[in-house]
Design a binder for this molecule. Sequence first.
Ligand code: PLP
Length: 396
Amino acid sequence: MYSQLYFDYNATTPCLKEVVDSMLPYFNQDFGNPSSSHHPYGWLAKSAVEDATLAIAQNLGISPSSLVFTSGATESINMVLKGVARKMQSKGNHIITTKSEHKAVLDTCAFLEENGFEVTYLDVDSKGLISVEMLSEMLRPETILVSILYANNETGTVQPLDEISRLTHKNGSLLFSDTTQALGKVDLSKVFQLVDFACFSAHKVYGPKGIGLVFIKDNEDGNGLPSFIQGGGQQKKQRGGTINTPLIVGFSKAIALAIENINIETQRLKTLRNKLETGLLQIELAISNSTTPQRLPNTVHISFPYVDGANLLTALSRQIAVSNGSACNSASVEPSHVLTAMGIERSLAYASLRLSLGKYSTENDIEKAIAIITNEVVKQRDNNILWDRREKEPTP
Ligand code: PLP
């Protein structure tokens, strides 16, 4: 373990010991292929997958037939967007999404645009919320899908799915919501009633990396989405490939643990988040980018004017693991597309930090993080000539 403080739980979480223990027998002892129907090795693995699937369904309050396992949320998103496009192309070729989606959605939409689909990207306001009036105006008879990120991975902003769902379905379109960041942090029971598709990833909820889920509401007969990966006919032919018994068992355990403690943990995280946010906002001119009443309980996102964001991150990286956006987008040298979509100016977007809390975050960590970040911001500004002149010039 590093000695650093970990404040990047939205990027990934450690796999819990109980989760690792639940998976271990299925790597070497009960290692059979769930599709081997002629011997007990296969039967055992098949029953482990069935039990795990049933437990996930029960914990989430959905039908087991609505679940398809994938390699993670990115694959799930590809499966939904490309699957709906393929299935519904006789109805239309128009998709609506937002400018502040995760890159997994934006890049898949760009791919669909290259392949004859038309995508409308809704603006978000300065809080990161879409306008439902704008959505209503953009819906057309040929709109086949609306794809709206439920809880933003950078800012934690939660979108108003009730109204989005009502408008989308009134138009006869399907609704997908990327719910990856919400699992284990927000009660999703209502969300499953509002959407046609959702997606999840185990590594965001203290499970293993490399396993995810698609929720397909109407999938009794396996026709809710067309086959995404061909070969072998597994998972009602919707996603071919040997079923990953240990990871599915681990994912199921992780979800059970997350749901079991959700109310207590959400409250604990909110208290810590508020303390962290209040502490960081004491820094002169600091601005919070996470201000909606509905937001993730664990995410703080703050900009520090007159600070060089790259220098700040490098300086902090020795003591505290934070990020300035999505880990999936860290190859980009551009400022966060989520912040620029919110109208935040590029240099300020660079000078921003996302701190995401989790199971092992403590009050002591929060106090240390506030002290470390305050100290670094002050140091960065001491080296910035514009900081001294700030009285005479407008905030950058
Ligand atoms: N969607 C959101 C909102 C995310 O935060 C992430 C991960 O950062 C993904 C999708 C992609 O998840 P995965 O790593 O499972 O592909």
